[in-house]
Design a protein around this ligand. Sequence first.
Ligand code: NAD
Length: 292
Amino acid sequence: MSTIAFIGLGNMGRPMAGFLLKAGHQLRIYARRPEVFQQEAKSLVDAGAVACASPAEAAQGADYIITNVMGPHDVAQVLHLTPESVIHTAKPGAICIDHSTIDPQSTKDIAAVMAGKGISFVDAPVSGGVKAATEGTLVMMLGGADAEVAKVKEVVKNYAKTMTHIGGVGHGQVAKLCNQIAQVINIQGVAESLRFATVNGADLQKVFEAISGGMAGSRMLDLMGPKMVARDFKAGIEARLHAKDFFLVKDVAKESGIDMPALQTVASQLEMLMESGWGHDDTSSLLRVLEA
Ligand code: NAD
């Protein structure tokens, strides 16, 4: 069993940390808001996790340091940018595992800084949302050296259904961004399709039932179609997270000099969604953007 620091106890991080405790690992946890230890993460502390006052304290003696925060700056802040960061206390030979969705270049930059202190890095973003995190069935895409990825798999298998080693550091994030491109453009397609049905006076439920069994059928149609038909915009997947990822992809696409017209269109729809104040609602709110 290993000592594991877990930093970022949000909707995804809390259930994942719970699986590590259940597996018998020693857990050292850090949350930016101390009251989290009395509220959302109380069950982790009650089950034996050690509550720490900073990322640096959490990393003390840890074999693995897991981050599940938000964007590239957050991961850098936790790992090396501040006097309270992990880099000041982590032991050489420790392995950082980042489950946040960030861009590949920031990932490589952060890994290079950590490598300067003998600390390894594996990017391991996930797909499946809070439901899969809670059930321990996440789909994981890993980037890193073979030896480190093999060790990391032994830890993350506690909450992952599939673990695909894509390539070197940063390649896990490349795969995750590919996942987001295909997924969110599909959601926009579902929204436009159902908007078209409404405007042409067709019964939405019947259209959904018919097309989900045809060649338009997809996981996203199955997930988002019923929500759009029922106008249930309560978050399954919070739109702010898809927006963050799409803005990252837009920057990477620009730097790579590739043309991604559908991505550009959907990114501006997501911008309008965020401006409308629907960021904490479901991404099926792309339908509301079309209506507005
Ligand atoms: P969340 O907002 O519920 O939790 C994020 C946590 O990170 C919060 O507790 C926050 O306090 C902490 N945090 C953020 N910045 C920090 C910093 N600089 N220092 C310390 N703590 C910090 O978000 P989430 O849904 O748990 O998502 C976490 C990551 O997983 C994101 O990168 C997201 O894109 C990715 N992700 C989310 C989902 C999903 O469906 N929710 C699915 C796949 C991937």
